[in-house]
Design a protein around this ligand. Structure first.
Ligand SMILES: [Zn+2]
Length: 153
């Protein structure tokens, strides 16, 4: 069951707006993530550094949903789910797969600044539907200007 594109865009815009709440940190992105259930209702949301200085957006949102059936859920993330991380594991890509989520909508691929991210490739290889709405990427880039727009980035 695929939601209409306008609905995807609205949820993803909410995730982008949510990322503005992330406490700033020079060495990490600001990301927002929202999990929406099969029936179209929001289940949980999270953002980078919401609960501690290393927690990721998807990790924070999924951490609120232990024991919930997410097989029909979609996760909206302003930035590509990570596939490698420096300070903690598992990765958000692994968490999404472990949660049984089969649909991921994102605005922007992670640029190769900190690590080589292959979240989209790994999710797609596992059979997850990955939808990119790149017209929202300019907002993500602006919010992450402190990380992305530095020399060499
Ligand atoms: Zn992550």
């Amino acid at each position: 069951m695929t939601p209409p594109p306008a609905l995807d865009r609205r949820w993803l815009q909410d995730a982008v707006d949510l990322s503005r709440r992330c406490p700033p940190k020079a060495t990490a992105y600001a990301v927002g993530a929202i999990v929406v259930g099969r029936d179209g209702a929001e289940l949980a949301r999270g953002y980078s550094r919401e609960t501690d200085s290393h927690v990721h957006a998807e990790e924070s949102a999924l951490g609120k949903l232990h024991g919930v059936d997410l097989s029909g859920a979609t996760i909206y993330s302003s930035l590509e789910p990570c596939s490698a991380r420096q300070r903690r594991s598992p990765t958000c890509t692994a968490l999404i797969l472990a949660a049984g989520i089969r649909r991921v909508v994102l605005a922007m691929r992670e640029p190769p600044i900190f690590v080589d991210c292959q979240g989209v490739e790994l999710l797609a290889a596992a059979g997850v539907e990955v939808v990119e709405l790149p017209d929202l990427a300019d907002q993500v880039r602006a919010i992450n200007r402190y990380v992305m727009d530095v020399p060499g980035a």
